[in-house]
Design a protein around this ligand. Structure first.
Ligand SMILES: [Fe+2]
Length: 237
């Protein structure tokens, strides 16, 4: 149990809903925090639960994960040349770039020079194709103090590399456990509720992250050249 909820049951329900309704999806991207405390048994269970997904599954890392344990228990997890859980691949609508924004030992994020160099290379490789970015931590403050306290520490570096790049058509975010949409440096972004617990819309200055019992979601993204539609699906409702 996690914050009074059963994450295994909720993830199983999510995967079953995807298998039933979206088996034709091009890909499934899971935006990190695959386990709560990087427990090896949780990674084994995660692997078993997502196995029925018929489409390619692309994994990312969150602040609750640990790179070495994640890679040990889920060997298909991607790796860049420096061991960060970053990957990029081409799709019919452009290049997807999945970034590792984790600072191990901290709930906040970082994006060091090694990762920045990898990102610059991926952006160059994309040429004139459209680009879709995926990050666990938002690269900006979202206005909810308890979330911004565990936000991205290297916002300026990320902004310098991707800000204003008109090829980037959307930024998909994890970490905030809330639906958010807007734009940052000219880039449209979205986040959604998580599969287990949520973070309430609470604007007080708190030294902890409160939890809410708002229902879980996943996103279904319809993409075509010049159009991205993000649907927020409350799969238990
Ligand atoms: Fe997170």
């Amino acid at each position: 149990m996690l914050h009074g909820l059963d994450p295994e049951a909720r993830l199983r329900a999510c995967i079953a809903d995807i298998v039933q309704n979206h088996a034709d999806a091009f890909a499934c991207v899971i935006l990190g925090d695959l386990a709560h405390k990087a427990e090896p048994a949780a990674y084994d269970l995660f692997r078993e639960i997502v196995a029925p997904l018929p489409m390619p599954v692309h994994l990312m890392i969150g602040n609750h994960d640990r790179r070495s344990l994640l890679r040990e228990r889920i060997p298909v997890a991607p790796s860049d040349e420096n061991g960060f859980v970053q990957s990029a691949f081409d799709t019919p609508v452009g290049r997807f770039i999945l970034m590792d924004t984790v600072e191990e030992g901290s709930n906040g994020g970082s994006y060091c020079e090694e990762r920045q160099t990898w990102l610059v290379g991926q952006l160059e490789h994309a040429g004139d194709r459209d680009i879709y970015l995926f990050m666990h931590h938002p690269p900006f403050d979202c206005g909810i103090p308890c979330l911004d306290r565990i936000g991205q520490n290297d916002q300026a570096d990320i902004a310098r590399i991707v800000g204003g790049d008109a090829r980037i058509k959307h930024l998909f975010l994890g970490h905030v456990h809330r639906p958010m949409a807007g734009s940052w440096k000219g880039i449209p972004f979205s986040s959604a509720r998580a599969t287990n617990h949520q973070v309430p819309f609470d604007l007080r200055e708190l030294d902890h992250v409160p939890k809410s019992d708002e229902g879980p979601q996943y996103r279904v993204i319809f993409m075509q050249p010049d159009q991205v539609v993000v649907h927020f699906h409350d799969y238990l409702s």
